[in-house]
Design a protein around this ligand. Sequence first.
Ligand code: NAG
Ligand code: NAG
Ligand code: NAG
Length: 674
Amino acid sequence: MKSAGLYKIASLALICSSALASAARPQSYKLNPDPEGQYPRLGACPDEHSCIFPPDLSQFLPGSFFDLRVELHAYDVSNVTATPEPYENFKTTVRKDNGKWVDIDKFFDYEETPALENWDFEWVNSIEAAVSKEVDPVNVAVTSRIWRKLKFDKPGTYDVSVQYGPKEGYTVRYTVIEKPKKKAKNAILFIADGCNVGMITAARALARKHTSGKYHNLLSFENFDNLGHVVTNSVDGMVTDSANSASSYATGHKGSVSALGVYADSSADPFDDPKVELITELIRRRQPGKSIGIVTTAAGEDATPSAFYSHTRERGESAQIVDQIVHGLPDWVDAVAPDVWLAGGAEYFKGEEALNGTDYYSLLEKEHGYQVVLNKKDLNKYRDDDKLLGVFRTGNLDVWMERNVFINNTVGNAAAPDLSGNDALGSDQPGLEDMTIKALEVLKKRGGKDGFFLMSEAASVDKQLHPLDFNRAWADLIEMDVTIEKTVEWLKKNGEYEDTLILFTADHSHAFDVFGSVDQKYMAQHSSNKDMRDSIGLYAASGWPGYFDNDNDGFPDNWNPDVTLAAGTNNFPDHYEAFQLSGTGSRTPAVKGPDGTYIANKDDPAGKYGKGLHYNGNLPVTYNQGVHSMADVFIYSNGPGSDKFKKTIENWDVFYGLTEAMDLQRPTKHEKKK
Ligand SMILES: *[C@@H]1O[C@H](CO)[C@@H](O)[C@H](O)[C@H]1NC(C)=O
Ligand SMILES: *[C@@H]1O[C@H](CO)[C@@H](O)[C@H](O)[C@H]1NC(C)=O
Ligand SMILES: *[C@@H]1O[C@H](CO)[C@@H](O)[C@H](O)[C@H]1NC(C)=O
């Protein structure tokens, strides 16, 4: 990796493929590639001893806010328990367009040099240190300064450099982009969490009629103007989680695993990390008339929705995240306070898990102008133009299957959003379509001529792919398809279609695909693994499965046909696979065995015929579920500005395409300064 020839190829490829190709780098400027290894010292720190956040190759809008943190890391890998001498003296400078280097305080008119901060962290730098109590992690002594709420007012190239020894230094390069023109009044970002192209193809086979192998029509979003690919990896790894991928869409910056609206630094405090401005915060400052909606079938403090209104290094800080809906963070821009917020996650709005026991229902109603609804009936009845908060259960909303087919599985869930301990029946919870169309009605009333921005997420595509419950994942994806179809109808009926950019994407893949079909009767008649495998039809024998939508509601009428799909992902724990729908609730593929590691669950509720094939897992035995995968995801786009999305783009480019279409990239006359 370190040979000069290889290095050149790597950096050339990076420059050519990135939006920063135009910003030529001086000869002296070193573009450090990420080093090989499973345990980076800290994401986005290719230099041996220093880190600058935002990291190298970051891009900004003129006037958008960000924090800048410099960390110096002292450590001794030859003696991990050593207490190394921290770097106390370092100098940070900035220059514009290859001009003169200027001290950072002066460059940004920063009144006082930020105080020097010190802490230690333990760098787990090997598998041995991660799994064995006998091997110690490396002790890293950190010195750091953070400059809060900076901005670049003018387009151009900016270099930030830290010098920490006579020869030791590190420089990162940023680009601040030019202003484009206005195109779209409204934008809707649909996200099917964890969905890959294999899932789209499977959903089509379930939900669309075909004759002689030709589909009568495709899924709703497959009629969109453009289609592209999104590169999903994070700064710290090839495979992303939902926090940092959604955060890339919301901020225009690559993220770290578990981080929302911040670059993950090495300090312990999950709220002091350097922040970057969210698209929703920019909307509040630059187009205060525009309305903002957040809709999800997950808990509303889950990673994807939270990325659009909160900042923290730790996505699990749910109580604080709820508080940020209306309080934001001190010394930052105003809270997003979405006009519409519809989701699950009630346990952080009231009672002992809520921040300081605050009753956020009452707080939002009394002090922040919201009306609160807690079930589907009240949501559908809502006709006012006040801000709307809808919270429909504790935890994630039940999936389409439990809201529509197996409602009895929700009896006894004690998940009522008022925390009374009563049930939140599947039939009392709205679906993605109910929530999205209601959000559009309210957003149109509140945004008026200034338009709206809506993020609407089908969260359980991912949440059901993790336990390998493919049927439940398909159903929630088909619910997204129907929701998009109804959204297009609503936009046309309400005269907003021509002015609305619609995106439909995922945030990361699961490695899902279909490889044939399964004859369930044959499988049920046999019990050995070897014989059961004959039930799988390949190529010409794959034929077609027995899913038909004769009532034209967009969903198959029978989820338990005699011929099902032979499908799976490329990673899993030990489990049984019967290729059937579980009628008693989501699958539990693996359970803890006698030694505490996960083994196949003999009682996996795999359906009506039996337990199925036994698979040997390929994940570490501490995992009881499948995990995300690396493949690029699709992005379907329609309407003004959609031509930005018809090629391979980086996940952080989604932000730039959205802000360009919505004309959020240039400061406006009445821009709010804070
Ligand atoms: C490693 O560092 C510790 C703590 O500074 C010190 O006590 C120990 O002697 C060192 N070990 C070696 C082998 O240098
Ligand atoms: C919650 O309580 C803590 C400790 O009592 C206090 O420091 C903090 O300000 C409170 N936060 C809110 C939002 O009330
Ligand atoms: C749900 O349970 C009730 C009461 O046991 C029963 O009457 C009803 O038929 C069940 N519904 C379904 C769809 O299974």
